[in-house]
Ligand binder design. Structure first.
Ligand code: F6R
Length: 245
């Protein structure tokens, strides 16, 4: 794992956006894996500004999102489809039918999981996967204890994750209890991974990732065995951790 230290959230977003833009320019048909949550908002905003100012094109780019809440339609303000449209897709020239996110509003959720895994495989996998991390080490919605071999699956969200995500809803009760997520095995098949970590509340997670063992009790630890992972972390997350990877 390579670690890049950013000054702050804005700087982390700037470095990550530049990284992604370079990859898109090198390979206009790149398949990007995307994340939601608070962490990548700044990156998406910088991708939009760059598209408007420099014309970086996403015409031939395909995207696969990590996860989606079960029970929300794509036009629900808290669905990840809605988030992606509002925070990125509506403002760049990507073809919406090349943007894939699991459907949380289907009758047969298990079939949706299998179909999503197959869809990624049919596209010959993800070239660059953007990730955030939960304070408990989750990646996607893969909570502690998830098998490292897991494929796209249905998850029961933990109370801590629901609580962390309640900030995007009007109340904790509104936060769905289930989600569909790419599995850890799915994520690990990506050719390259870019993990963003920002803020004091992620300090322990970063420390455990760098210094701890590879263990299913801390899902992100598996990233240590991926050959091509870059972490961009800001000073608040790195704190006094001396990182030499
Ligand atoms: C989002 C996702 C999650 C988040 C993680 C961190 O698609 O899969 O794993 O990356 O929960 O969330 P934030 O960025 O809100 O701290």
């Amino acid at each position: 794992m390579k670690i890049i230290e950013a000054k702050d959230y804005q700087d982390m977003s700037k470095i990550a956006a530049a990284y992604i833009i370079k990859k898109v320019n090198e390979n206009p048909k790149i398949k990007l894996g995307l994340a939601t949550g608070g962490t990548p908002i700044g990156v998406y905003s910088k991708l939009i500004s760059d598209h408007q100012e420099n014309g970086t094109s996403y015409q031939s780019v395909t995207t696969f999102n990590l996860d989606e809440y079960v029970g929300l339609t794509g036009d629900h303000v808290n669905s990840y489809r809605y988030y992606m449209n509002v925070n990125l897709f509506n403002h760049i020239d990507i073809q919406k039918n090349n943007t894939f996110i699991p459907r949380g509003d289907v009758d047969d959720v298990l079939k949706e999981c299998d179909d999503y895994e197959q869809l990624i495989a049919n596209h010959k996998g993800i070239d660059l996967q953007l990730l955030g991390i939960g304070a408990n080490g989750h990646i996607g919605f893969n909570e502690p204890g998830t098998s490292f071999d897991s494929e796209t699956h249905l998850v029961q969200l933990t109370p801590s994750t629901r609580k962390a995500n309640a900030r995007f809803f009007t109340s904790l009760e509104e936060v769905p209890t289930k989600a569909i997520t790419m599995g850890i095995g799915t994520i690990m098949k990506s050719k390259e991974i870019l993990l963003l970590i920002s803020g004091e509340q992620k300090r322990e997670a970063l420390k455990r990732l760098v210094t701890g063992n590879v263990d299913e009790s801390f899902p992100a630890s598996i990233l240590k065995s991926h050959p091509y992972v870059t972490i961009i972390a800001d000073k608040a997350a790195i704190a006094d951790l001396k990182v030499h990877c």
